[in-house]
Ligand binder design. Structure first.
Ligand SMILES: C[S@@+](CC[C@H](N)C(=O)[O-])C[C@H]1O[C@@H](n2cnc3c(N)ncnc32)[C@H](O)[C@@H]1O
Length: 219
């Protein structure tokens, strides 16, 4: 048996992007591979694996035992029955934007001034970026990972977001290295081109038109 779980490229990128921290939570931990990997790669002294469904937690429990992490990985069902420690890092990944927003609200009482939030949503990333700015969070890093499709992992800390408008919607860090992110940006442009013509909502039409026109100018 291998000494570490074999992660998909997306999950590996989530783990690799985390700096070493004391207490980290993975909300929506499913099989528990991320909290286990954080502990085994010394990215977390204590990792909470939290899920709101019983079946994933049963699988996670088996995996925590298999990889011998019972002392450092704490599995919990949410809503929580008891308080947890303040979090230095929190991962919310593989869920839709609405779930990510509700997880953010549920767990924000456990965030402190420097908590690092790592967020990867499966849809509505523009809305997620807008939401985090409204909440007073600053995007400190972002990475694209290709794992059959493109995923973007966003890192946030409390602070004033300087980026705004179309650059914030596309990704201010990605725009600093356009050639490195060309494939993702081409795909985003195709999406924007499609939605600018079919979006019912005028404000959405405007957002997609601005993204499409901006990317037209740089790609
Ligand atoms: C598709 S899996 C993603 C698992 C993993 N985070 C990943 O990125 O691959 C989503 C998991 O999140 C859990 N989940 C969904 N909404 C949640 C919520 N509000 N609180 C906690 N867990 C949630 C589901 O039960 C499921 O195990």
């Amino acid at each position: 048996m291998s000494t570490k779980p074999k992660l998909s490229k997306r999950l590996q990128c989530l783990v690799d992007m985390m700096p070493p921290l004391d207490v980290v939570a993975d909300i929506g931990c499913d099989h528990g591979y991320v909290p286990i990997s954080l502990v085994l790669s010394s990215k977390a002294k204590i990792a909470y694996g939290i899920d709101n469904k019983v079946e994933p937690l049963k699988v996670a429990k088996k995996n925590v035992h298999l990889f011998g992490c019972e002392e450092n990985v704490i599995l919990l069902n949410n809503p929580l029955k008891q308080p947890i420690k303040l979090l230095d890092g929190c991962i919310i990944a593989g869920v839709g934007k609405e779930s990510a927003v509700s997880i953010f609200h549920e767990f924000s009482p456990y965030f402190h001034e420097k908590t690092l939030l790592s967020i990867q949503v499966n849809a509505q990333i523009i809305e997620m970026r807008q939401f985090m700015k409204q909440q007073g969070y600053r995007l400190i890093n972002e990475k694209v990972v290709f794992d059959k499709m493109h995923y973007v992992i966003l890192h946030y800390q409390k602070g004033i977001e300087q980026a705004d408008g179309v650059e914030l919607w596309i990704g201010p860090h990605l725009l600093q290295q356009v050639s490195e992110h060309k494939d993702y940006l081409i795909e985003l442009k195709k999406t924007a081109e499609h939605f600018r013509s079919i979006a019912q909502d005028v404000s959405k039409q405007t957002v997609y038109a601005m993204i499409d026109d901006y990317l037209q100018g740089i790609l």
